[in-house]
Ligand binder design. Structure first.
Ligand code: NAP
Length: 313
């Protein structure tokens, strides 16, 4: 991580404190419309503009949440640097970051939160005084919605089975391990899962995370929670499921599917048909957005308005 080309002493990130209070505008160093946005590539189907524009509207804040499509480049990430320069100049208040820039963003920022550093991915950039900070709100967003959506045993040491070992799985595993769960990670490429386990070992110890190839799901012992962190079941292939058709779902497990489009995935339907509690990922999507909003504005996000904006999904 390095301090960006802009000289930090001349940076003019507005302080988040007091920003966004209804009728008070953006605080001393920024006035006029608020500009927020999402960077990644491609961005066609993102629901983030709906969530955040609804929040701006209900808070009476003039401004916009825009999509900043930045294709990946082999050389210097000039598109991302340009966006960060706009933030340093106070012209963009906050950014969300998605694939393929969640890792690329890291060395361009001044500092990471503990969660973003541990997960190794940034999905939110915000100003703190004169510095640009990277956070990961997927992990607390997942945890918060998991608690709200599913009946779970309230005892440390519970077993979870997480499917997939990409960016979202990293956030899910971090949240579960941080709250005392034991995790088995099932990936079609076990080396990807092992790399994730090794990254978390210094934080949570060797025993907290085990790895299982996707082909050996039948050997996983009783679990209290099954999480899908693969894209299987997502539009435009809603008939897919990450769980093998010939294998019963783990008895008594609660099932959380990060996929939110369609709202009710095949896995959620399979789980409900087996008498299990199950939830899709729309609540996590809203919660990670609300937490990003709270980093930008330093005040509680209007979650109800955010939910209302995506009722048709
Ligand atoms: P990612 O970084 O591309 O990781 C996807 C993981 O799933 C990888 O381990 C990948 O393995 C595995 N996978 C893909 N296809 C598979 C298949 N056919 N069989 C077995 N494993 C397969 O994606 P991500 O960012 O982690 O996102 C995963 C899903 O979570 C997406 O659907 C995304 O929309 C959703 N998500 C939801 C939220 C929310 O707020 N609800 C937040 C973040 C992500 P390989 O590397 O081998 O391909």
């Amino acid at each position: 991580m390095r301090v960006n080309q802009a000289d930090a002493s001349q940076a003019s990130c507005p302080s988040p404190k007091g920003r966004g209070v209804r009728g008070e505008g953006l605080g001393a160093s920024q006035s006029g419309p608020v500009l927020l946005g999402l960077t990644g590539y491609p961005l066609g189907h993102s629901l983030s503009p709906r969530l955040h524009n609804a929040a701006l509207q209900v808070q009476g804040l003039p401004g916009k949440y825009r999509l900043f499509a930045v294709p990946p480049t082999a050389g210097e990430p000039t598109g991302l640097l340009d966006l960060l320069a706009e933030m340093r100049a106070g012209r963009i208040l906050g950014l969300n970051v998605t694939i393929p820039h969640k890792q690329t963003m890291i060395p361009l920022l001044d500092q990471l939160t503990t969660a973003a550093a541990a997960i190794g991915a940034v999905n939110t950039v915000f100003c703190d005084g004169q510095r640009l900070l990277g956070d990961n709100t997927d992990a607390p967003g997942f945890w918060s919605d998991l608690q709200a959506s599913l009946p779970l045993p309230d005892m440390p040491g519970q077993q979870a089975l997480v499917l997939g070992a990409g960016g979202a799985a990293r956030a899910v595993c971090y949240a579960l391990l941080q709250h005392g769960w034991q995790v088995t990670l099932a990936a079609r490429r076990p080396e990807q899962a092992r790399a994730l386990g090794q990254a978390f070992q210094p934080l949570f110890g060797e025993a907290a995370l085990a790895v299982c190839p996707f082909s050996q799901l039948s050997q996983v012992q009783a679990v209290a929670l099954l999480v899908n962190a693969t894209p299987l079941g997502m539009y435009p292939q809603p008939d897919n499921s990450p769980w093998p058709a010939d294998l019963p779902l783990p008895a008594g497990a609660a099932v959380y599917d990060l996929v939110y489009n369609p709202r009710q995935t095949r896995l959620v339907r399979q789980a409900q048909a087996a008498g299990l509690s199950a939830a899709g990922g729309l609540g996590m999507l809203v919660e990670q957005a609300a937490l990003a909003w709270e980093r930008w504005f330093g005040q509680q996000a209007p979650r109800q308005a955010m939910w209302s904006s995506i009722q048709d999904v």
